[in-house]
Design a protein around this ligand. Structure first.
Ligand SMILES: Nc1ncnc2c1ncn2[C@@H]1O[C@H](COP(=O)(O)OP(=O)(O)OP(=O)(O)O)[C@@H](O)[C@H]1O
Length: 476
């Protein structure tokens, strides 16, 4: 088949194909364009006349037709990202004339908008799933296991027939107290106990330098009560109609009596103020301390009825820890999808997973989450080195990616995760760059509680050098 015979034979088809909204390209067996319709020319931002006789790659560098010419097999529904960043869905078939291979024909459609919308839909679906997860108790991992009684109490404190009660959540740092308080808020909203959109006000009383300042924030101040004081509502007033979450409430010190008064009377008096203001607020206090020692007895008694206890991570079953781990991995994937539109497939090696699940975490679930994120960070490339338009990425996290301090050759059961969470690999490289040899690095690591022999370090350094050499060579 050549250009002139193609023209003579196909006048009618030219008219039909020219009217199609799909792009159509016909090439000979060398990839020279014999025919391109108007839609194809539009997509390529060219004129039909100039395209004819040129090689297909001039206008479509990643043309599926190239594969057809090479393999003589058809290609169906291939998604191709064009240089212009437009996405096409392409079908291409080999062309046989009188039994002889003569080239190929491709039809294609621009699906950029459809793709964009479907990605948006996907991310909205994920957001929705996540928002649901945040506001229903069932989505809290462990709600059907170690947190069952805590959640039962939380529900009762909000939706008992006698009206909502104030409560206290007790648990070590990072065990999910804030998360549970937020779930209680959503539950109260759903049950109609508070109005939809009612305030949820959260404050950590321990963040202030002393209990007087914390109290001024919580209860408000009245002008003239002390030099420089001005009229300012406290968080209790701001939370009126909703929920006030007082984290580390024991830090209110002697002002706990004021809190007790709010709970008893449903009124608040600002610091330095004379009048009482009515407030209708559900107070959820939280503490990581022994409340019997920390709260004034009356406040403790008042709240103890609804003392909701959250277990530390070490008391949670391996199955729950495993579910938590999968949940945090899913959150990581979701973040990459939303931010960079990249679908990550993250796999932890069995060994890495085992070490992570058996380590001890002083800051509980929060630290567990941070360690998982740091491990994935360490195994994943930086976004700057991810190929443009890359949509899928596979990440394997092995033990070398786990944060420093977790890695050990010993069989100790109690691995303590130390901070900062940096990768062991990174630390070795850093020490090496500071001029230390394998033996000195091994000693330094031992000092930091990591047992790694000098020959193991030498091996890692060799790999590191090879990698950085390859990197440099690629750049040059
Ligand atoms: N059961 C759970 N299921 C899923 N995620 C959880 C669970 N418990 C805690 N988390 C997550 O762990 C992290 C820490 O939880 P949170 O901030 O609620 O802890 P906390 O007890 O309030 O900590 P602190 O005492 O330091 O304020 C959050 O990212 C939270 O979403």
């Amino acid at each position: 088949m050549d250009l002139s015979s193609f023209k003579q034979n196909n006048e009618i088809f030219h008219t039909i194909l020219g009217a199609l909204r799909e792009g159509v390209n016909v090439v000979d067996k060398d990839g020279i364009i014999l025919y391109a319709n108007q839609s194809s020319a539009n997509y390529a931002k060219a004129h039909i006349e100039e395209m004819i006789g040129k090689h297909i790659t001039v206008y479509y560098p990643k043309a599926a037709l190239l594969e057809v010419l090479e393999t003589r097999n058809a290609v169906f529904d291939r998604k191709i990202i064009h240089e212009t960043n437009r996405i096409f869905i392409v079908n291409a078939i080999p062309l046989y004339i009188k039994g002889e291979f003569a080239g190929g024909v491709a039809t294609f459609r621009d699906i950029t908008e459809i793709e964009r919308l479907s990605k948006r839909l996907e991310s909205l679906e994920m957001e929705l799933a996540l928002s649901r997860m945040n506001d229903v108790f069932e989505a809290i991992i462990g709600s059907d296991g170690s947190l069952k009684s805590a959640i039962d109490k939380a529900q009762r404190s909000i939706a008992s027939l006698g009206g909502p009660r104030h409560s206290v959540i007790v648990g070590e740092t990072g065990t999910g107290k804030t998360m549970l308080a937020k779930a209680m808020y959503s539950f109260a909203e759903r049950m109609g106990v508070i109005k939809h959109g009612a305030p949820f006000v959260e404050i950590n009383c321990a963040q202030f330098t002393n209990s007087d300042i914390a109290a001024m924030e919580v209860f408000g101040t009245e002008k003239g009560s002390f030099t420089g004081a001005y009229d300012k509502p406290g968080l209790i007033e701001i939370a009126n109609g909703g929920i006030l979450f007082l984290d580390e409430a024991q830090a209110l010190g002697a002002h706990q009596t004021m809190l007790l008064k709010v709970i008893e009377s449903g009124t608040v008096r600002r610091i330095g103020g004379r009048s009482e203001r009515e407030v209708n607020v559900i107070i959820i206090t939280a503490s990581s301390k022994d409340l019997k020692k920390e709260f004034i007895p009356e406040l403790y008694q008042r709240l103890a009825q609804y003392q909701i206890e959250l277990p530390p991570l070490r008391k949670r079953s391996v199955t729950e820890k495993d579910r938590l781990m999968n949940y945090f991995i899913a959150l990581y994937q979701m973040a990459a999808k939303n931010r960079y539109n990249i679908t990550l497939e993250i796999t932890f090696t069995d060994k890495a997973r085992e070490i992570l699940l058996n380590a001890a975490y002083e800051r509980n679930i929060r630290q567990f989450r941070d360690v998982i994120n740091a491990s994935i960070d360490s195994a994943a490339p930086l976004i700057s080195s991810v190929e443009k338009n890359k949509q899928e990425l596979r990440i394997i996290v092995d033990e070398s990616n786990l944060p420093f301090g977790m890695f050990t050759d010993s069989t100790d059961k109690d691995l303590i995760v130390s901070e900062p969470a940096e990768s062991l690999e990174g630390l070795i490289q850093q020490l090496h760059e500071e001029g230390l040899g394998p033996r000195k690095i091994s000693n330094e690591l031992k000092r930091r509680g990591i047992k790694l022999e000098y020959y193991q370090i030498a091996y890692r350094l060799k790999n590191y050098k090879l990698n950085s050499f390859t990197l440099r060579a690629n750049k040059e």
